[in-house]
Design a protein. Structure first.
Length: 136
């Protein structure tokens, strides 16, 4: 069952780049530090299930554990947040990252950020926008 503590606003959509990447059935890796804004060192992809089914809902909920967004295999994406405006902002950011990842992938080899750097970024995101720059 979905845990409301992760956010009470949910957006599901089929934006072009997220939907294209969902067909790879792979997470979006740590190619950019902003991936950390979604809770981890990747943006996961939920396993495929037929649209509109309980199986799809269960797979998405399980994939979202610890994350605020995921791709949905061969389908689209989902973002969760405390408010609808925050969920929309996450949706826009996710599509931007998906587009940038496609561009980078088409250009050649991508140098991924390592787990240590992603931990540092996640820690900094906890204070992002809440403290003076000197506090960093």
């Amino acid at each position: 069952m979905y845990k409301a503590g992760r956010g009470s606003a949910v957006i599901h959509a089929h934006p072009d780049y997220c939907s294209a990447l969902s067909c790879l059935r792979q997470p979006i890796p740590a190619f950019h530090y902003m991936v950390a804004a979604f809770g981890g060192s990747q943006i996961p992809c939920a396993p495929y299930a037929t649209f509109g089914t309980v199986a799809l809902a269960e797979r998405v909920v399980a994939t979202l554990e610890g994350f605020t967004a995921c791709l949905m295999a061969n389908h689209g994406m989902v973002c969760v947040a405390e408010t609808l405006s925050k969920a929309l902002a996450k949706t826009i950011k996710l599509e931007m990252l998906a587009r940038q990842f496609c561009f980078a992938k088409a250009a050649g080899h991508i140098e991924l950020l390592d787990e240590a750097e992603m931990r540092t970024v996640r820690q900094r995101y906890q204070k992002y926008g809440k403290a003076a720059l000197e506090a960093y």
